[in-house]
Design a protein around this ligand. Structure first.
Ligand SMILES: Cc1cc2nc3c(=O)[nH]c(=O)nc-3n(C[C@H](O)[C@H](O)[C@H](O)COP(=O)(O)OP(=O)(O)OC[C@H]3O[C@@H](n4cnc5c(N)ncnc54)[C@H](O)[C@@H]3O)c2cc1C
Length: 416
């Protein structure tokens, strides 16, 4: 049996951030990362560039890039954790058993496939998650004329833009009445909707796919709940994700949808930690349990877990609602904290021009910033994020926040 002082299952945002933090703090210790993927760790949000061939695999590699400079991690690819014994402190895999002193579970999440589409087996149906999915899709797109995307969330929108740039027709079926409904409300989306319209992506809202018609193992059409058939050659399902917890069945680790952790990222079992998409942590604004499917959260949590694993007790500050900084159709945007304000007593300010949009949300007393959406002009988004997370009384700088002219120097006023 192999043994590692620090064993990490999952070699992506959370796992590698954890490994990096351990190694940079204690360079001589041994860290082993197991991943069931055939590839070394890569920046998952960039796989859409693999689809349209704007980047190749080496361009999106994590190790050696940005903060991920620790060279001597033992990363074992094609290694799938099958079960965990907390008594023996071992993880069983297809490559044998691995013992550990401290363990991080960072196995992330997998696409959620709606019940009605679960049993359909044919080429041309994708739920984009891994580099291998993107490589396979890129290959199939060579002969594709029409792609139907199911779901109007972030991953599908990024994928839709990557595909339309290749000159391939894209139709997006969105069950809710709006795109990006988890990140913003309908009134917040107009700039992004314009970008989508201008790109040529056809969006159909309020409809659901109930089946796929295939012939000789190839996709022929998607069937909607109004019985309409949309001919296409590829279907891409983007209906959210679910944490990869199956291998933990009967392990004794407490699962409630994902792996539940305390404020130090530790599970209910001593020496076993968890971070990233798989972890159930807490929302510092509401105090409620939360899982998120975002890179930034996974990295922060992974770093925090790394420190705790080496005995530097570090509180995790929590994950508020949705924090995201990304681009759609070339437009950068950030959505964070409480941004769904309909029927609430929050104090809300919006500002809209032809080129930018912002929504600033305060608590009902107007004393704390609890959410923000910045579209196109995302200057100083980090300050908004800091203030939401810290829950500071912002009364002295409220006007600056509303008018979006805050800068780091102004934060001194809060401490004075
Ligand atoms: C196309 C796409 C675009 C995205 N864009 C953005 C974006 O713009 N902004 C943003 O914030 N987020 C984005 N995300 C989400 C982001 O990538 C995830 O939140 C992030 O990768 C989560 O990191 P993680 O380390 O928790 O898990 P994951 O990245 O899911 O990694 C978990 C790893 O563990 C492996 N694994 C699973 N089970 C086992 C097992 N039993 N044994 C061994 N290994 C296992 C998996 O194969 C995987 O390699 C995007 C995701 C996708 C797919």
């Amino acid at each position: 049996m192999k043994h590692s002082s620090y064993l990490i299952i999952g070699g992506s945002a959370a796992g590698i951030a954890c490994a990096q933090r351990i190694k940079e703090t204690m360079p001589s210790c041994d860290v082993t990362v197991l991943t069931d993927e055939p590839h070394l760790p890569y920046f998952r949000p960039l796989i859409t560039y693999i689809i349209n061939r704007k980047k190749d695999v080496s361009d999106i590699a994590m190790i050696g890039r940005g903060p991920y400079t620790c060279g001597d991690l033992n990363i074992i690819t094609d290694c799938k954790a099958k079960s965990l014994s907390i008594d023996q402190k071992t993880v069983s895999t297809n490559k044998g058993d691995f013992g550990y002193d401290k363990l991080l579970i960072a196995t992330g999440s997998s696409p959620n496939i709606p019940e009605e589409l679960k049993d359909i087996r044919c080429d041309g149906i994708f739920a984009l998650r891994k580099l291998a999915d993107a490589q396979r899709m890129s290959q199939m797109l060579i002969n594709a004329r029409h792609v139907v995307m199911l779901g109007g969330g972030l991953v599908n929108l990024k994928t839709a833009f990557a595909i339309i740039e290749m000159g391939i027709k894209v139709t997006m079926i969105v069950q809710s009445l709006e795109i990006l409904s988890q990140l913003m409300e309908p009134d917040d989306t107009s700039l992004l909707k314009n970008a989508i319209l201008n790109s040529g992506i056809n969006v159909i809202t309020g409809k659901k796919a109930i089946g796929v018609i295939s012939n000789n193992n190839s996709v022929k059409a998607v069937v909607l709940d109004d019985s309409k058939e949309i001919p296409c050659d590829i279907v891409c399902i983007g209906k959210g994700v679910k944490p990869n917890v199956e291998f933990l069945d009967n392990s004794g680790i407490y699962i409630d949808k994902g792996v539940v952790v305390d404020r130090y990222t530790q599970t209910n079992i001593a020496d076993v930690y968890s971070a990233g998409d798989i972890a159930v942590t807490f929302n510092p604004i509401t105090g409620q349990r939360i899982t998120t499917a975002l890179w930034t959260n996974a990295v922060e949590m992974g770093r925090c877990a790394g420190l705790n694993m080496i005995g530097i007790k570090t509180l995790y500050a929590g994950t508020f609602g949705i924090m995201n900084a990304t681009q759609i159709g070339g437009i950068p945007f950030v959505s964070m904290g409480c941004v769904h304000t309909k029927d609430t007593d929050y104090e809300v300010y919006t500002h809209k021009t032809d080129a930018s949009y912002r929504k600033i949300v305060f608590n009902k007393y107007g004393t704390r910033l609890i959410g923000a959406i910045l579209i196109a002009d995302i200057t100083n988004a980090g300050i908004y994020r800091y203030l939401i997370r810290e829950g500071k009384d912002i009364t002295k700088i409220k006007g600056l926040l509303i008018n979006h002219c805050i800068h780091y120097g102004h934060l001194m006023q809060l401490n004075g």
